[in-house]
Design a protein around this ligand. Sequence first.
Ligand code: ATP
Length: 270
Amino acid sequence: PIVKTMEIVEKPNVTYSEIGGLEEQIKELREVVELPLKKPEIFREIGVEPPKGVLLYGPPGTGKTMLAKAVATESNAVFIHVVASEFAQKFVGEGARIVRELFEMAKRKAPSIIFIDEIDAIGAKRIDIGTSGEREIQRTLMQLLAELDGFNPLDNVKIIAATNRIDILDPALLRPGRFDRIIEVPLPDFRGRTEIFNIYLKKMKVEDNINLELLSQLSEGFSGADIKNVCVEAAYMAIRDGRNKVTMKDLVDAITKINVKRNNMESMKE
Ligand code: ATP
């Protein structure tokens, strides 16, 4: 049953160059994940231990998954992708076993990176662990902590976790030797948005007068995922019009459309 809960990508193919902005985050991940996986002897020689686990946090759609995949690609590591909210629900009573098997598999397939998305689903502070569901989640978390404590920082397995709710995480997860490197992945700033537009638009057929700076200005507050949606939406507008090139107007209209969608989602949450 383990295969059903996990998406195992033997060879992810995302590269750093496909990520817009986030230079600092990439630099840090190269230092704390890529380098120790590729050259553990450097750390052994100088006598420091690299972190075993890295936590990425920030709003949805900002590129956390992309970053984790890119580090795996560039470290020549197997990428093991699990979504904590799924394995907590799907395998009632089996969470702890699945965590154990996950680490066994990662060691077998090393060098490898385990990516745990939505870690808050099993790693949130619990005020009340009365119900059996809560106790089950608690056991899953305990097993995860035990696995983290059990392996060596220079084993060629690294854990990257992601959340958009760092505020509710159990501090036990963030202790030294666990997820003790915390990297914020924020919404892109002006330059980041310009880069992300550029990454997607250079793959598309667009008219010559595209003003990337203006697009970036108009999309303040958008995530990378929103910007990708804008580009796809603009292409659909062109197709509906029977054109084979995306215009600046398509892109501006698409920004308006995605903005409306975003605002509706916000008001639904309230
Ligand atoms: P979630 O918290 O919702 O899981 P996430 O932070 O993991 O989100 P991703 O899944 O990496 O976000 O991003 C979703 C999609 O948005 C990516 O597949 C990519 O197409 C696009 N995207 C997001 N951020 C960037 C970025 N910085 N550069 C280029 N593309 C991006």
